[in-house]
Write a new protein. Sequence first.
Length: 304
Amino acid sequence: MKIAILSRDQTLYSTRRLKEAGEGRGHDMQVIDHLRCYMNITSHKPIVMYQGKPLEDMDAVIPRIGASNTFYGTAVVRQFEVMGVFTANESQAISRARDKLRCLQILARQGIGLPVTGFAHSTKDIEGLIDIVGGAPLVIKLLEGTQGIGVVLAETQQAAKSVIEAFRGLDANILVQEFIKEAGGADIRCFVIGEKVVAAMKRQGGAGEFRSNLHRGGTASKIRLTPEERSTAIRAAKAMGLRVAGVDLLRSNHGPVVMEVNSSPGLEGIETATGIDVAAKIIEFIEKNTGPNKPEKGRDRIKY
């Protein structure tokens, strides 16, 4: 098969591993910079162009779309969908997951465990917003933040008010969430492919750090999930419509709660911590869905 990896940097660990895994299974793997793609949007023969040549005969696409390029990146993925190409994650699902507020609202509608979360526009409602999540300590998050950037732990009521006022003064959209103290600065990344958790790791924040992101000095180790945690991760990915997802959970006193659902989860941390060839499992999933039993091609299966 011909499989395109939509990535801006072919030297990134996840991109390299996907390319190696695909080539190891006999596929023609191409790394395509999605920001350099352009499109011919027509009813009769829609085309994605790259470096002056049409990408007409792709069997599948693996989107690795960065948060800052979501709009154009999903437009390229959507164009491949119009062409009837199988995508590891569909454009609509990527867009849902990138909008943190929309993601939480969708998960809440499905009855999936979440931290108590508040959202407001006006700074005049700060007191009520803080009360919704049970007061300080609480976590304040920028909607556009990634990899732990724009996430603040406010340990007092006054600190919370000051941070919220500062963010709103910059016209930044924020979420306010209860602080799950019992998690102890650790979370669980579940890697979901299809409707199965193929790997899981515990991420532990460094000393004095409540954020567990590996990019911020956190450490990772293999972990055994409970049935409830496994079920929660699968339900969360399914609710978002993601075929490949990283679901981040916290262990709270009232069961597992979902912090985030990631549409382009990194492979380095999870493969290193677990020893599982996650890249190969993604390629295997694509193989199963691009054969005789693949979904019907055409625009009628695309949900805009």
